[in-house]
Design a protein around this ligand. Structure first.
Ligand SMILES: CC(=O)SCCNC(=O)CCNC(=O)[C@H](O)C(C)(C)COP(=O)(O)OP(=O)(O)OC[C@H]1O[C@@H](n2cnc3c(N)ncnc32)[C@H](O)[C@@H]1OP(=O)(O)O
Length: 436
């Protein structure tokens, strides 16, 4: 099998990203409090269809995802088709790949175009950390099923007596690994310790992210890719990400207590992504169809790769595994890239990956390469700020990164850009985008 990846359809046409859009990202329980992932998904898809002036009848497939599931609407993609002005016969299904979810939806649509099954599709993801599927304890769930089966009052009373007060408490979903029970923050703590990443370096990266994101918003370029979201019942709206600290002061970071290891930790609220609400989407087409319809694509997918490692130790290393594979598939080296965009789940996780990009030892032992992936040139790295500042609605981050990289490449006169992310489950993704 060739190392190179051919991201084209059978006519040799590339996979074009024609447009991308997102809602502003809002911290948990703020602007989007009470607005579900589905409602945010519908908002962004509606606005994207309208801004791109595409006839919705032309969209053959919608692949969409969410990480925190809505039990009432398990196939969010289909609900978006039915709840927007789309053609009811548009095929729609949902995917989940933790924080890499909308990379997966983008790849699924791209692969449908590559096989010739479709010419035009829509991909994206949405997550709400404010409208959550609050559950019940295992004991209460068990008792409720038994109560349903019980016939007599005596049987029902005996079941109810099995429950203590704490069994009645609601249980929110955990941002934790199912198989280890470790939260993402605890994994970031592991990584800070394994790779000797200081609190000062973590705080400095977070400060950089907030400073660059503020400059980016103030420059006016994000209006192109971020919509104004009107919040039902439409008395309020949000038109700018609200996690970004516009007057970020590095000294104030040092005052915060660690969030996940109170006594010995270095990971704090300031150097972690916050729990966030938001949605994003992109439109993909075969190059030929895009041209025929008169679209000027914002970018093309050159290569992509998904990888997986074990989950017990330092599992948020996805970029260090997926990036070399995507580069190899594109026939490129890190230094050939114009931009490098890495999802900042935590500053510790980002810095650990950056360190391993430059490590010959890591390359030899983990990747079987005789040279490091490459030192990261900071003038190319997360140049508009990253997830630490923008926030991270899990399933929406992938298509945010893809759109942001393409638009920034365009502003720089073209080139190639990497968008890469870690994800729960030890997963990693990297995608190389090219812009003319
Ligand atoms: C693959 C992946 O992406 S894995 C990542 C998945 N995502 C996660 O796991 C989410 C991780 N984040 C979290 O769980 C939460 O954001 C936490 C636990 C870190 C923090 O939660 P909270 O304590 O609710 O954060 P909150 O926003 O209230 O901030 C706490 C304090 O820090 C302060 N703070 C936050 N950021 C900054 C900053 N940049 N500078 C100065 N102070 C700050 C806040 O003002 C607040 O101060 P206050 O208590 O005086 O009001």
């Amino acid at each position: 099998m060739s190392d190179r990846q051919q991201v084209t359809n059978s006519r040799g046409e590339r996979i074009a990203i024609v447009a991308g859009l997102r809602t502003p990202f809002a911290k948990q329980a703020t602007a989007f409090h009470g607005v579900s992932a589905l409602d945010m998904g519908k908002m962004v898809v509606n606005e994207l269809l309208s801004r791109s002036e595409i006839d919705p009848q032309l969209i053959e497939q919608l692949v969409y995802g969410q990480v925190v599931q809505m039990p009432a609407a398990p196939n969010i993609a289909r609900e978006i088709v039915l709840g927007t002005g789309m053609n009811v016969s548009t095929d729609a299904y949902s995917v989940t790949r933790a924080c890499a979810t909308s990379f997966q939806s983008a790849v699924n649509v791209a692969e449908s175009i590559m096989t010739g099954n479709i010419e035009i599709g829509l991909a994206g993801g949405s997550d709400s950390s404010s409208v959550l599927p609050i559950g019940v304890s295992k004991k209460l769930a068990h008792a409720l099923v038994d109560l349903n089966k019980a016939r007599t009052f005596k049987q029902k009373f005996a079941i109810a007596r099995r429950l203590g007060l704490k069994d009645l408490m609601p249980v929110p979903p955990a941002v934790a690994e199912y198989s280890t029970g470790l939260s993402m923050g605890q994994t970031a703590e592991q990584m800070a310790k394994t790779y000797n990443i200081s609190r000062a370096d973590q705080d400095a990266l977070a400060h950089r992210s907030h400073t660059l994101a503020t400059e980016t918003w103030n420059s006016g370029v994000l209006q192109q890719e971020v919509m104004t979201a009107h919040i039902p019942p439409y008395k309020q709206f949000i038109d700018r990400d609200n996690n970004i600290r516009e007057n970020s002061v590095l000294e104030s970071y040092a005052k915060l207590r660690p969030a996940f290891d109170r006594n010995h930790g270095t990971v704090t609220a300031a150097n972690s992504t916050p729990l966030t609400d938001g949605a994003s989407a992109i439109i993909l087409m075969s190059e030929g169809r895009a041209k025929a319809l008169g679209y000027q694509p914002i970018g093309y997918i050159k290569s992509y790769a998904f990888t997986a490692i074990d989950v017990w130790q330092d599992m948020l290393m996805g970029p260090s595994y997926a990036t070399p594979l995507a580069l190899k598939r594109a026939g490129m080296e890190l230094e050939d890239l114009t931009l490098i965009e890495m999802h900042e789940a935590f500053a510790a996780q980002t810095l650990a990956n950056m360190q391993m990009f430059g490590s010959k030892k890591f390359a030899a032992e983990k990747l079987g390469r005789n040279r490091a992936i490459g030192e990261i040139d900071m003038s190319k790295f997360n140049v508009l700020g990253g997830s630490l500042a923008y926030g991270h609605p899990f399933a929406a981050t992938g298509t945010r990164l893809i759109t942001q990289v393409c638009n920034e490449l365009k502003r720089r006169g073209g080139g190639t850009g990497l968008a890469t992310a870690c994800a729960a489950g030890g997963l990693g993704v990297a995608m190389i985008l090219e812009v003319e």
